[in-house]
Design a binder for this molecule. Structure first.
Ligand code: GLN
Length: 280
């Protein structure tokens, strides 16, 4: 007879503990996605037995996790800003850190029907979070990876968020010269030799979404430079960056003649997002 929910979770947690520092949560998330139930189900029905098929599926999922594959790639879903987003290996997995950018953007004083651009949208996480909160905003998300644009479109349709659209574009290459009230981006910003690239989930994410030349600053600088042609008067540019990059990002914003330059910390207390207004 297959194991009960409780037995399966205990065994999986023990199996995953040597390779994951979130073994228990991983096991719970993997089992929930197979049972297709809300989290409370695990604690309401611990003695319920899995079917043989569920048990086999759970074992396969745990084996994949044991090889290091991110939970989000195994379940195919990651929640961001309470939106269940489809994810796959073609884009970055949305991070809680990035919710800092969303939260700050939502608090800005912007026109009622603001035009918003998300550069390097990946799953569409930032664009969809902003569009879901602000039905009067028009949000365009762009990515240079066709698979990412397809994924973002799929997420938009599944979530039925109709004021967000997505397009293929290498930063601004295919963006019309229209003016945006707000431009946001979580660009690649990690240095090539950063040791954390060889650890954990990032090993399974596309390098093109993670690393940038010039100590991780190349894409950030390009965006700050080019955004000046696409911002409405007093429009805002918000960029996520590494915890040690805020001074460099601020300096570059100043060099490019932006005003009201400000850095915001993430929930972990690290500098994470720097914003500024155009023009001076
Ligand atoms: N914050 C991510 C990490 O450290 C990187 C995201 C990015 O490069 N945009 O894994």
């Amino acid at each position: 007879m297959p194991q009960s929910i409780e037995q399966a979770l205990i065994a999986a947690t023990a199996l995953l503990t040597p390779s994951s520092d979130s073994a228990k949560l991983d096991a719970q998330a993997l089992l929930l996605s197979i049972l297709d139930k809300p989290r409370s189900y695990l604690f309401s029905w611990p003695e319920k037995h899995l079917t043989e098929q569920q048990e086999a599926e759970f074992n396969r999922a745990c084996q994949r996790r044991l090889q290091g594959e991110p939970v989000a790639h195994i379940t195919g879903i990651r929640e961001f800003w309470s939106l269940p987003l489809k994810v796959n290996a073609t884009t970055l997995i949305p991070r809680p850190d990035t919710e800092t950018l969303v939260e700050y953007a939502l608090g800005l004083e912007l026109p009622h029907a603001a035009n918003v651009l998300d550069l390097g949208t990946g799953t569409g996480a930032i664009a969809l979070a902003l569009a879901s909160e602000m039905p009067n905003w028009q949000v365009l998300g762009v990515d240079r990876v066709p698979e990412a644009v397809a994924l973002a479109n799929e997420n938009q349709q599944r979530l039925n968020i109709n004021n967000a659209t997505f397009a293929l574009s290498n930063w601004f290459s295919a963006v019309n010269h229209k003016k945006f009230d707000l431009i946001v981006s979580n660009p690649p910003y990690i240095e090539y030799d950063d040791e954390h690239l060889s650890q954990g989930d990032v090993r399974f994410e596309p390098l093109s979404a993670l690393v940038a030349d010039d100590d991780g600053m190349a894409d950030i600088k390009q965006i700050i430079t080019m955004a000046r042609d696409y911002l409405a008067t007093n429009g805002y540019l918000l960029i996520e960056h590494g915890y040690q990059q805020s001074v460099k990002v601020q300096e570059f914003f100043a060099q490019m003649s932006y005003s009201h330059i400000l850095t915001v910390k993430d929930l972990g207390g690290n500098d994470r997002v720097t914003l500024a207004q155009w023009p001076k």
